[in-house]
Write a protein that binds this ligand. Structure first.
Ligand code: M6R
Length: 600
């Protein structure tokens, strides 16, 4: 959720390098930011610039020069959104600074203990106690030890081991020229440079500097100096050999290019991605199909948009390969883990690979000896590393908080796996080519014109329904999620058959009702629901392969057989995007939401 970027090296504009790094992490969502530098020369204190709000046009050119700096974009948990609560935080002597992702669950007890020892706190955060704890640990050392090189890292190690909860921390100080970091739960990546090294919460932030990285595992600690990186286990002190990995994304992949927003760029990438997956992912799909086929039961799990993909999976597998697949929402899956039979398989779907709710499911499944498959977009992420079998989604960096291309790419992979289980993967490939064509029509100029006009017409509505049946039910839920999370219009995805069991009571004159009516066995029923809503005054908007007189507005979606969920959701993404612009909001950074939800 929060963003972390740290630099140590030979360049003296470390604060600017860090601010640029933070800007590359802005997409994760944040409410305040800050940078700290150890000034060059004889300065006694660490200097900090921090502010509530977005970075915008702010600079750090007024900060002193230095070759060691780090910074943070904060997503508030403990303490309101204020300048003072923004990270970095300092100890009493202002010679130790900390940035932190996560929640220190025992911070009240630690704060009480530190207050008794005379420490003075200036913020309402749990984070600040970490700087004071390190200060206290250093104070408790004998002078000879305190002055020796490893004293600072030892003090950080002791502090880290005293924290309860899932945390990633980085600390710097004015005496030892190093960054000391540790992780448990929240992601942290070390970047290897030439005479300079980096730390970040997200590998995408490192792309302009290096592609060689080491993902810290839980309980790993690292000391980062300009010319050396030492990794060890924070609990046992044992040395760990760096597991260097090469990032495959390019800097260009992570930029907006000609598009005004990442979300629009990512929407337009989808037709190409569908064709790529059709031609490049068959071997992996066949491999996973074997795992699915031999498992006693398969449980596909995800959160948010990935949860909708999991629900869609249950329809795809029953329709395509006649397999009954279970699905679940990560945050609700806990109680089911106790009764999952042996030899089952948990399939974790995730764009970021860092979603805490899903990581909890995977950890518990593994502890029970259940096999885990991860289908994730960020190769090297926590869920990627935790899995027994893995498949990359291959959608490239997704920076818009609203997930778009990762959803349709997950669906494309699931379709291939289902066809591989049926023993006919080439039909799956052909279907994806059809979906790519239909996706291209969905983003065509003429279609976008229609969607823009619809958005302009709907911009002032407060509520709407999105109705679908069969696989168009998770499509309706995904459509509603896109609309609510970025345009802030309340939208509810409803199964067509459920309307008369309650939601119909809310359909009155003018209520917008989007109806997803593809060319499949659900068509007649869904049109029936549309008529019921129209009879109560509902304004019916059809997403369908053909127009019908029940539709007051109509957006064509070319038929792509079992893969029609792909163009249907793309049309929904575009509608959400243009509604957001019409209402004057930023589609890339919706309020209160973060790209990667690394807390429970
Ligand atoms: O990275 P993940 O796919 O695991 O993320 C899961 C959800 O947090 C994510 O899909 C969220 O719902 C998005 N904001 C939806 O657009």
């Amino acid at each position: 959720m929060c963003g972390i970027f740290g630099y140590i090296g030979h360049k003296t504009n470390a604060p600017t390098i860090v601010l640029e790094g933070l800007k590359r992490l802005e997409y994760r969502g944040y409410d305040s930011w800050g940078v700290a530098v150890v000034p060059e020369g004889d300065a006694e204190n660490i200097l900090v610039k921090k502010k509530a709000g977005k970075i915008g046009a702010a600079t750090v050119t007024s900060m002193p020069k230095g070759t060691l700096a780090f910074g943070h974009t904060r997503w508030a948990t403990h303490g309101g959104v204020t300048d003072v609560n923004a990270h970095p935080h300092l100890d009493c002597t202002k010679t130790i600074a900390v940035i932190h992702n996560g929640i220190v669950e025992n911070y009240e007890a630690l704060k009480e203990m530190l207050t008794k020892e005379g420490h003075h706190f200036v913020s309402q955060t749990d984070t600040e106690i970490i700087a004071h704890l390190v200060e206290e640990n250093l104070k408790a050392m004998k002078p000879a030890i305190r002055d020796a090189q490893p004293a600072f890292s030892k003090a950080v190690q002791k502090a880290f081991n005293a924290l309860d909860g899932l945390n990633a921390i980085i600390l710097i100080n004015t005496t030892s020229h190093e960054m000391v970091a540790a992780r448990n739960g929240s992601p942290l990546v070390v970047g290897f440079g030439d005479g300079e090294n980096f730390l970040a919460s997200d590998p995408a932030a490192l792309l302009p500097h290096t592609k060689q990285v080491h993902y810290l595992e839980d309980d790993e600690m690292v000391i980062v100096r300009p010319d050396a990186i030492h990794i060890f286990n924070a609990r046992t002190g044992e040395r760990v050999r760096p597991r260097k990995q090469l990032l495959t994304w390019t800097e260009k992949d992570a930029e907006k290019g000609q598009y005004p927003y990442f979300m629009l760029k990512e929407i337009y990438e989808q037709p190409g991605l569908m064709s790529e997956i059709a031609s490049e992912s068959t071997e992996q799909a066949k491999e996973l199909a074997k795992q699915f086929a031999t498992a006693y039961r398969v449980y596909v799990v995800g959160a948010g948009t990935s949860g909708h993909a999991a629900r869609a999976a249950s329809y795809l597998f029953s329709d395509i390969s006649a397999h009954l697949i279970n699905w679940g929402i990560a945050s609700e899956f806990d109680h089911r883990l106790n009764v999952i039979p042996e030899k089952s398989l948990v399939v974790a779907l995730s764009q970021s690979g860092e979603t805490m709710d899903l990581m909890e499911v995977v950890k518990k499944a593994k502890a029970k000896g259940i096999g885990v498959v991860s289908i994730v977009n960020v190769v090297g992420s926590s869920l990627w590393r935790m899995a027994d079998f893995r498949m990359p989604i291959g959608a490239g960096p997704e920076k818009g908080v609203a997930s778009t291309k990762a959803f349709t790419s997950k669906i494309a992979h699931l379709i291939l796996i289902a066809y591989a289980m049926k023993g006919n993967i080439s039909d799956g490939q052909k279907l994806l080519i059809r979906a790519a064509k239909s996706a291209k029509e969905a983003v065509s100029e003429s279609n976008v014109k229609r969607i823009k006009a619809l958005a302009a017409k709907m911009k002032s509505v407060e509520h709407m329904f999105v109705v679908g049946k069969g696989i168009s039910y998770p499509a309706a839920q995904e459509c509603a999620l896109k609309i609510k999370e970025i345009s802030y219009i309340h939208a509810e995805g409803v199964a067509a058959g459920e309307l008369k069991h309650g939601p119909l009571a809310l359909v009155t004159k003018g209520t917008p009702c989007i109806v997803i009516a593809p060319n499949d066995e659900t068509y007649r029923d869904v049109l029936g629901s549309a008529m019921e809503m129209k009879a109560r005054g509902g304004h019916i908007i059809g997403f369908s392969y053909k127009n019908d007189e029940v539709f007051d507005d109509y957006i064509p979606v070319a038929d792509a057989g079992e893969a029609t969920i792909i163009p249907n959701v793309i049309v929904a993404q575009l509608l959400a995007y243009y509604l957001t612009l019409e209402r004057g909001f930023d589609p890339d950074m919706p309020r209160n939401l973060a790209k990667s939800v690394t807390v429970k």
